[in-house]
Design a protein around this ligand. Structure first.
Ligand SMILES: C[S@@+](CC[C@H](N)C(=O)[O-])C[C@H]1O[C@@H](n2cnc3c(N)ncnc32)[C@H](O)[C@@H]1O
Length: 252
């Protein structure tokens, strides 16, 4: 009753602001505090679901997954070594491989995902470690799920000979540690396999400073070759100061 009265009295912008405030995600003081509140991404139930879902896409990946067109100029040599960091069960690499058959493709994933996906797509290499050297480093929607994204970025660039592309980013000038919540069926693409319940899945998440990634790239000998505004599919949660942009870096 009181709620209804307040709603009638307040302007709709104030009601929206109150609703936003009520549904905003909880902030944690550090990654370790967020990680203590939710299991890491390699949760076996999540991996099993994503593998079964991906199995149904074999041979038809390009109907479900498209590499960003802006990545393709980075593949400007006849044969090269491509790394997709956080590349799931290799769906995007499978699409690229059709177009670039002379290239080699490695997906770096959580150990549970890498082990399970290797049997699914044997033409792609899977590992939970970065290879010693590669020509193109690609990562989409993944750095925000690491405990130390900046160190991984530095390490990846030290092994990259030509280009690095970051897609589906979750940028903010403020470090925000949260726990992201999703439904199991929102993970991965394609028809939902039988035998799974659409349970809640939670994993720790942190925003990343775009300036810090660009600064690290500069130190590691890379220029920002292109920046694509408004690519917001990696933005989660309700905070207004989180934004996306795809970044393409080129070794000097
Ligand atoms: C939101 S998904 C993005 C998947 C895909 N790259 C895309 O853009 O659709 C995040 C991916 O990061 C992977 N991931 C999480 N922690 C990781 C880690 N420590 N090393 C490698 N991959 C990780 C997850 O298994 C998952 O595939």
């Amino acid at each position: 009753m009181l709620k209804r009265l307040v709603k009638q009295v307040l302007p709709s912008s104030a009601v929206a602001a109150v609703n936003n405030w009520r549904t905003r995600e909880r902030l944690y003081k550090s990654w370790s505090k967020a990680a203590a509140a939710a299991p890491a991404y390699g949760d076996m139930r999540l991996t099993a679901f994503r593998i079964e879902r991906s199995r149904r896409l074999i041979g038809e990946e390009k109907s479900y997954v498209q590499p960003p067109a802006d990545l393709l100029p980075a593949m400007d040599i006849p044969a090269g070594r491509f790394v997709d960091f956080g590349g799931s069960a290799g769906e995007m690499c499978a699409v690229l491989r059709e177009q670039y058959p002379a290239w080699s493709f490695t997906v770096v994933e959580t150990k549970s995902m890498a082990d399970a996906a290797q049997a699914l797509r044997p033409e792609i290499s899977f590992s939970d470690q970065l290879p010693p050297e590669f020509d193109v480093f690609y990562s989409s929607g993944t750095l925000q799920y690491l405990s130390d994204p900046e160190t991984l970025w530095r390490e990846a660039l030290s092994r990259t000979t030509r280009y690095a592309y970051l897609a589906r980013n979750s940028f903010s000038n403020r470090k925000l540690f949260t726990v992201q919540s999703s439904r199991l069926f929102d993970n991965g693409a394609g028809p939902v396999p039988d035998g799974f319940d659409n349970v809640e899945i939670r994993y720790p998440h942190q925003t990343i400073s775009e300036a810090s990634l660009t600064g690290i790239a500069d130190e590691m000998g890379f220029d920002l070759a292109a920046r694509f505004e408004g690519r917001n599919s990696g933005v989660t949660g309700t905070r207004a100061d989180v934004y996306g942009a795809d970044l393409l870096f080129k070794r000097r």
